[in-house]
Design a protein around this ligand. Structure first.
Ligand code: PMP
Length: 388
């Protein structure tokens, strides 16, 4: 089906600010090697599939009833997982689930954004955030990252002081660059925000700092996660997802870890019964198999390092490719591609779908299976030679 907003009749009373807008989304193309949306390429194993089917069959006879609106059993599973994964000691009141971390982020914008409020992030970053801002009538501002894609702390703090945003959103590891946020810097930002009054809010109202950890499981083992700071900072919300490392993108399950106050704010704006009984059952089944679901994360991390080394040895227009250091399951590479759209198209014609995203001159590839990466390498070399 066409996604072209040009088919919308002018007679429809579409909101004025949405006229001419297109639905966002990476192309969903039927190509042999899909390395464009940062999924985990390894499908659930058969025992996990069986558990999902069993759990869903168990709740199917109750589908005439609404699901547990508070999804308590699933929240208990989030708590157990976060303790195991990051050593965080949280309770059910500290976590909240939704249909993907996309919905978590939208709920945060609905609760803390709105007319007269601004959200601030650091460019380049995930391209959905400005859409949530638009949809909730929230102002959207960007601080700029350093040339190596780390946060320019002085610039960010200056912007926070000037804009007095309701939300500061930082992605760690960042998409599309893979850059992690240093924990000392995060503490500094949290403490700084505790001294700033939000514009168009009462005195003593401070920004919420949202850390989007969609890819955090791919970081170097032993590196801390922002969830360990939640007990000390009531204005910190850490967004997580089962879509990436957990290999569960199709189920649409994301969650947030935050103070009970933030969770209560989100409960005000959520849709009633937003998380279906089927979704809850499937997610619980996946958590019964946490080890299996995460089994390929180490391998994907190694694939990332090997691919980064290989990319740095390749040349385009006589110069070696740059690769942004990544703690994620994808790599931003190139740096000086003067014809990145052409390289993308050449790759696609060879059956390999990557992503044109990030600053001019760069392309992004996410880690696939060993076979898929071999095809990526072959296609990239041919594609660069074809357009040089
Ligand atoms: N945050 C970031 C940084 C992402 O890259 C993505 C997916 N591309 C998401 C959130 C949303 O993921 P999901 O809704 O599947 O949890």
């Amino acid at each position: 089906m066409s996604e072209n907003a040009g088919t919308i009749p002018a007679s429809l009373p579409l909101r004025n600010d949405l006229i001419g807008e297109e639905p966002y989304g990476a192309p969903q193309l039927d190509v042999p090697v899909c390395l464009n949306v940062n999924e985990n390429p390894y499908a659930p194993r058969q025992d996990v599939v069986d558990s999902i089917a069993r759990r869903v069959a168990e709740i199917a006879p109750t589908l005439n009833r609404y699901p547990d609106r508070e999804h308590v059993e699933l929240r208990e599973a989030f708590v157990r997982y976060l303790e195991r994964e990051s050593g965080a000691k949280l309770s059910v009141d500290n976590v909240w689930g939704a249909n993907g971390s996309n919905e978590i982020m939208l709920q945060l914008f609905m609760a803390f954004g709105g007319p007269g409020r601004t959200a601030l992030s650091a460019d380049p970053t995930y391209s959905m955030y400005p859409e949530y801002a638009r949809d909730t009538f929230t102002g959207w501002q960007l601080a700029h990252r350093n040339a190596d894609f780390t946060i320019d702390m002085a610039a960010l703090k200056e912007q926070i002081a000037t804009i007095r945003p309701a939300m500061v959103i930082l992605t760690s590891p960042n998409n599309p660059t893979g850059t992690p946020l240093d924990m000392a810097e995060l503490r500094d930002i949290l403490e700084f925000c505790e001294t700033v009054d939000v514009a168009n809010a009462g005195e003593g109202v401070h920004p919420v700092v949202v850390i989007d950890e969609a890819y955090i499981e791919f970081r170097d083992p032993g590196t801390p996660s922002a969830v360990t700071l939640i007990g000390d900072h009531d204005h910190l919300a850490v967004s997580r997802t089962m879509s990436k490392a957990f290999a569960f993108a199709g189920a649409r399950v994301g969650y947030v870890a935050a103070s009970p106050g933030i969770v209560d704010c989100m409960r005000i704006v959520r849709m009633p019964y937003h998380l279906s009984a089927v979704t809850q059952a499937a997610a619980l089944a996946a958590f019964d198999h946490t080890d299996e679901q995460l089994a390929e994360v180490d391998h994907l991390r190694r694939t990332r390092e090997e691919t980064a080394d290989w990319l740095r040895k390749q040349t385009y227009a006589g110069q070696p490719l740059e690769v942004a250091p990544s703690q994620s399951n994808f790599l931003l590479f190139g740096g000086h591609f003067d014809k990145r759209d052409e390289i993308f198209a050449e790759m696609l014609s060879r059956g390999v779908l990557i992503r044109v995203v990030g600053p001019a001159g760069w392309l992004r590839v996410c880690m696939g299976t060993d076979d898929e990466m071999a095809r990526f390498r072959e296609a990239l070399v041919e594609s660069m030679r074809a357009v040089e």
